[in-house]
Design a binder for this molecule. Structure first.
Ligand SMILES: NC(=O)c1ccc[n+]([C@@H]2O[C@H](COP(=O)([O-])OP(=O)(O)OC[C@H]3O[C@@H](n4cnc5c(N)ncnc54)[C@H](O)[C@@H]3O)[C@@H](O)[C@H]2O)c1
Length: 255
């Protein structure tokens, strides 16, 4: 198998929540593999900055401001992206939020916000993008899951429920859409130093615990997610569907 199996030249890839963090790195990786990448975020200025950074690196990038939790906005944005950038070949459902509180104190509004962003949005965006993919009989969807798709930790119950649901949504999408030649898979990152985890990596005790608890004895580098993402976005994974690839330095493999 030559490297052309991993080549994304001519493909359009939408990565949600990609003006910073893991989404930005994933978008850069897909663009470096040849894709035209469509970045998304809610803050127009931050998004424009991210698009510019990719363009400055000679990559093909565009930005579209919309909130992935708003059904009407999602529908309008997908239609506009497909009109202007071309049909979406690859969707990465990456946008996510974390809200920490003891479970018995979690407010209803917080529960809904976390579920809306981490679980309902991948359904909404996935549904709108998949309609075009079904008509074209080709597509790749990658849902960014988490260790919390498998296990729990104190103070992050809504996130855990949402990411567990996202793993099962991945399987449901794979089950219904594989016959249309759409492969749907997930990537479950372990612990990576991004804004979302600032409270964790700035906490010396937690940092030490992660190093001790992870068989690789370190945090992940965002670039380490690119290989699995390019694989799942490319022809190399044409018969892979419904899987979650955990990129976690072995943490889920051990007690
Ligand atoms: N950092 C980690 O260690 C880690 C581990 C496992 C899973 N993840 C997952 O990876 C994904 C990216 O996380 P990150 O660490 O880069 O966090 P981050 O906070 O740096 O980035 C998340 C991005 O999503 C955007 N976003 C949030 N809600 C949105 C909405 N409604 N519409 C559009 N954009 C929205 C945010 O503005 C932000 O740019 C998330 O799904 C997260 O759950 C991260």
């Amino acid at each position: 198998m030559g490297t052309e199996w991993f080549d994304l030249t001519g493909r359009v890839a939408l990565v949600t929540g990609s003006s910073q963090g893991l989404g930005f790195t994933l978008a850069r990786g897909l663009a470096e593999a040849g894709a035209t990448v469509v970045l998304n975020g809610r803050d127009a200025e931050r998004l424009a900055g991210a698009v510019e950074r990719l363009r400055d690196a000679g990559l093909d990038a565009r930005g579209y401001v919309f909130d992935v939790t708003r059904r009407e906005d999602v529908a309008a944005a997908i239609a506009r992206i497909e009109r202007e950038a071309g049909p979406i070949d690859v969707l990465v459902n990456n946008a996510g939020i974390q809200r920490r509180a003891p479970l018995e104190q979690v407010e209803g509004a917080v529960w809904r916000e976390v579920l809306d962003t981490n679980l309902t949005a991948p359904f909404l965006v996935g549904q709108h993008v998949a309609r075009g993919m079904i008509a074209r009989r080709a597509g790749k969807i990658i849902n960014i899951c988490s260790l919390m798709s498998e296990v729990g930790r104190p103070t992050i119950a809504p996130y855990t429920a949402a990411k567990g649901g996202l793993k099962m949504l991945t399987k449901a999408m794979a089950t219904e859409w594989a016959r249309h030649n759409i492969q749907v898979n997930g990537i479950g990152p372990g612990y990576f130093k991004t804004e979302m985890n600032r409270a964790l990596f700035e906490d010396e005790q937690f940092d030490a615990w992660i190093r001790e608890r992870t068989p690789a004895r370190r945090w992940g580098a965002p670039e380490e997610l690119i290989g699995p993402a390019v694989f799942l976005a490319s022809d190399a994974s044409s018969f892979v569907s419904g899987q979650i690839i955990y990129v976690d330095g072995g943490i889920l493999a051990t007690l």
